[in-house]
Design a binder for this molecule. Sequence first.
Ligand SMILES: Cc1cc2nc3c(=O)[nH]c(=O)nc-3n(C[C@H](O)[C@H](O)[C@H](O)COP(=O)(O)O)c2cc1C
Length: 162
Amino acid sequence: MTVRIRSDLFKEAMGRFATGVAVVTTVGPDGDRVGFTANAVASVSLDPLLVLVSVDQSSSSLDPLLETGFFALSFLHADDLEVAHRFASGERDTRFEGLKVRSEVTGAPILESALAWVDCTVWKVVEAGDHHVVFGEVQGCGVSSEGTPLLYFRGGFGTMSP
Ligand SMILES: Cc1cc2nc3c(=O)[nH]c(=O)nc-3n(C[C@H](O)[C@H](O)[C@H](O)COP(=O)(O)O)c2cc1C
């Protein structure tokens, strides 16, 4: 059965589901650091430890991510609003400029300022409409600092304290 629902209404509805904001990073085959802002991120399984990120087919990060077979998630701190905008913009070459990063297990860059990080190898990829759902098997994770999260709600950014 096909139900016709306007995509803008769908976006409005999904926009009421408040999420955190992550930067998804990897290293391209040429050694370049690659990353983009994402909120279609979820914890999936404890055995094995799995996460997922849904990546737009038109994303320039998708091919490097699939080719190198690993990625990291850095969950953004409320202070990193500019970072969220930067990794969602068209300026791909300058996204890491001035940011402190390190690598842990896979070699994917992890933002030092992140609230927490998850380092993964690609476990499975499922084509899903105009996105690829990339499942990651967790190879390492950690909590980097105390602080409040950057949140995304109704097309805007905010924060909260528990
Ligand atoms: C709050 C927010 C969440 C986003 N979530 C996703 C996402 O989950 N998946 C995705 O593919 N793009 C997402 N985007 C869009 C990408 O960040 C944006 O298209 C970016 O320019 C992609 O860069 P790339 O083409 O270099 O990979 C999001 C953008 C914002 C601002």
